[in-house]
Ligand binder design. Structure first.
Ligand SMILES: NC(=O)c1ccc[n+]([C@@H]2O[C@H](COP(=O)([O-])OP(=O)(O)OC[C@H]3O[C@@H](n4cnc5c(N)ncnc54)[C@H](OP(=O)(O)O)[C@@H]3O)[C@@H](O)[C@H]2O)c1
Length: 220
């Protein structure tokens, strides 16, 4: 399924704010993107609007058609979405972007007992799936501005090769991807999102983000 050495990317919840923003950036860079939705019709109509190498399918068929599957659904539907695609993502890379926000206090860190959304994903999908965690600290509004979002993207996984592939995908949508280490560390990025939401409110900005200082310029 890999086209011109580029993986085919499915985005579950690809009609939403974050998913559609990511889709636009990857499509602009020539990737093939399958928009996933609970409704195949909605996904197809949305993909037609996006144009380029975009197609639309229901979430399960989107996951089946891709090499790399991005999970961009609300945390309330995170577990149900994972269960739905579990069989068709075996052997693939699943990138969890869901943040375990618990409304109404979304600017307060409230991580789940498992430690993180990413850990829930790995537990549920099993060792046959290479779970990566990324994009938690990218304000979706920044992705809709027609250029790469000005921020770093922390990328976590227990699988080094999968982590590096997703760092490459993050380089396309934002300033750069940065290796954040093992999946257990995802808790830090997931928690940080609540802090950034609080900063957005306090300073009346749409998309506060993070930059890691002290890295060599070659990493930028
Ligand atoms: N927005 C951001 O700036 C941002 C940044 C970083 C991380 N995140 C995380 O990324 C995930 C998606 O965020 P978002 O802002 O893009 O969310 P969203 O726009 O509210 O929802 C994304 C998509 O998920 C599906 N969906 C919505 N509600 C659902 C429900 N109750 N059950 C099942 N599917 C549902 C919808 O697609 P269909 O109707 O087509 O199925 C929707 O278009 C969240 O976990 C969020 O914490 C968001």
């Amino acid at each position: 399924m890999v086209e011109n050495s580029r993986p085919i990317i499915a985005i579950l919840g690809g009609t939403g704010d974050l998913g559609s923003g990511l889709a636009k950036r990857w499509l602009a860079s020539g990737y093939s993107v399958v928009i996933g939705s609970r409704s195949a019709e909605k996904a197809q109509a949305f993909a037609a609007e996006l144009g380029g190498n975009a197609t639309g399918k229901d979430n399960v068929e989107a996951a089946r058609a891709a090499d790399v599957i991005i999970l961009a659904v609300p945390f309330s539907n995170h577990e149900a979405s994972l269960r739905e695609v579990r069989d068709v993502v075996q052997g693939k890379i699943v990138v969890d972007a869901a943040v375990p926000l618990v409304p109404p206090k979304v600017s307060t860190v409230q991580l789940p007992p498992e430690g993180s959304a990413a850990q829930i994903a790995q537990n549920l999908l099993g060792d046959g799936v290479r779970v990566v965690s990324a994009f938690h600290n990218v304000g979706a509004s920044k992705l809709h501005e027609g250029k790469r979002a000005e921020c770093d993207v922390l990328v976590f996984s227990n699988d080094k090769e999968a982590r590096e592939l997703v760092i490459g995908l993050a380089d396309v949508v934002a300033t750069r991807g940065v290796d954040g280490g093992m999946l257990a560390n995802s808790a830090a990025a997931e928690a940080l999102t609540s802090v950034l939401i609080g900063i957005n409110r306090k300073y009346k900005v749409p998309g506060a983000g993070i930059r890691i200082t002290g890295l060599p310029s070659s990493a930028a």
